[in-house]
Write a protein that binds this ligand. Structure first.
Ligand code: B12
Length: 210
C-alpha cells in the first residue's frame, strides 16, 4: 500500500513523496510503517548510488526527503510517548560519520517506548561519548554508523569507555546499515541490532522490562 511512497522517494519526486507520506499518516497508517517504507526506498537509492546511476546530490536529496518525513512523524510519536521510568539511553553517530536518519528513528522508537534518551548527534568523537556517559549516566549506550570507517570509530569509542572505567556501568549496542554480529565482535560492543525495533527490544531486555 505504501509502495507509491517508496516509488516517489526512489525517483526523487520530493513533492509527491511528502504528499503521500502526509496522506498515509492522515489515513491512519502507522508511523513505523511509513519509516519502514523510507528504509526500503533508501536501500534502493543506495544500490543505484553503488551502480553509478545516482550520485551524491541524489543521496542528499534522499536524506532531505527523509528528514522532512521525520518532522511530519515527530508530533505523532510525541503523542504516543510513554511515561519515562528512568531507563536512560545515550545515543550518537560515531566519529567520521554524519548519517543520522536511522539513528533518529531509533530515538523516536525508544522515546515512544518510555526510555529517556539523550542524543548527542553526528560525528561524535569517543571523548564526547565518555563525557556524555559521565553526565547523563545511562544504562545503555547506542552507537550508529553507516560507513565502513565507522567500525573503527565504534571500536575506539568502546575502548575509550573502557579506559574511562565506565565499561561495566553500561551496555553497548551498535547499529546502522551493514553492521553485523561480526562487527559487533570487532568493536567490543555487547550487541548489535539490525533495525530500530530490535534496538528497543534489546534495551527492554537489558533493563528488565521484558
Ligand atoms: C541518505 C544517505 C546519505 C545522506 C545522509 C543524510 C542523513 N542525514 O543521514 C548524505 C548525503 C549526507 C550521505 C553522505 C555520504 N554517504 Co551516504 N547514504 C545514504 C543512504 C542512501 C541512505 C542511508 C539511510 O538513511 N538509510 C535509511 C535508514 C533508516 O537506515 P539505517 O541508517 O541503516 O537505520 C536503520 C537500522 O540500521 C537501525 N539503526 C541505525 N542506527 C542504529 C543505531 C543503533 C544503536 C541501533 C540499535 C540501530 C540502528 O535502525 C534504523 C531503522 O530500522 C545510504 C544507502 C543505504 N543503503 O543505506 C548511503 C550510504 C550509507 N552512504 C555511503 C557513502 C559512501 C556516503 C559518502 C561517503 C558519499 C560521498 N562520496 O561523500 C558520504 C559520507 C558522509 C559522512 N562522512 O558520513 C555508502 C557507504 C558505503 C560504505 N560501506 O562505507 C552508502 C551505503 C551508499 C552506497 N551504497 O554506497 N549519505
Amino acid at each position: 500500500m505504501t509502495e507509491s511512497l517508496v516509488h516517489a522517494l526512489v525517483e526523487m519526486k520530493e513533492a509527491e513523496a511528502l504528499k503521500k507520506a502526509r496522506q498515509f499518516l492522515d489515513e491512519g497508517v502507522a508511523p513505523l510503517k511509513i519509516l519502514e517504507s523510507c528504509s526500503r526506498a533508501m536501500e534502493i537509492v543506495g544500490q543505484r548510488f553503488e551502480k553509478g546511476v545516482y550520485f551524491l546530490p541524489h543521496l542528499m536529496m534522499a536524506g532531505e526527503m527523509l528528514k522532512q518525513i521525520s518532522v511530519m512523524i515527530k508530533p505523532l510519536v510525541e503523542e504516543q510517548k510513554n511515561e519515562s521510568k528512568g531507563d536512560k539511553v545515550l545515543i550518537g553517530t560515531v566519529e567520521g560519520d554524519i548519517h543520522d536518519i536511522g539513528k533518529n528513528i531509533v530515538v523516536f522508537l525508544l522515546e515512544t517506548n518510555g526510555f529517556e534518551v539523550r542524543d548527542i548527534g553526528i560525528n561524535q568523537k569517543p571523548a564526547k561519548f565518555v563525557e556524555a556517559i559521565q553526565n547523563f549516566q545511562p544504562q545503555v549506550v547506542g552507537m550508529s554508523g553507516l560507513l565502513t570507517l565507522a567500525f573503527d570509530s565504534m571500536k575506539k569509542t568502546v575502548q575509550a569507555i573502557e579506559e574511562a572505567g565506565l565499561r561495566k556501568k553500561v551496555r553497548i549496542m551498535i547499529g546502522g546499515g551493514v553492521v553485523t554480529e561480526k562487527i559487533k565482535d570487532y568493536t567490543g560492543a555487547d550487541a548489535y541490532a539490525p533495525d530500530a525495533m530490535a534496538g528497543v527490544r534489546l534495551c527492554k531486555q537489558w533493563m528488565g522490562g521484558e
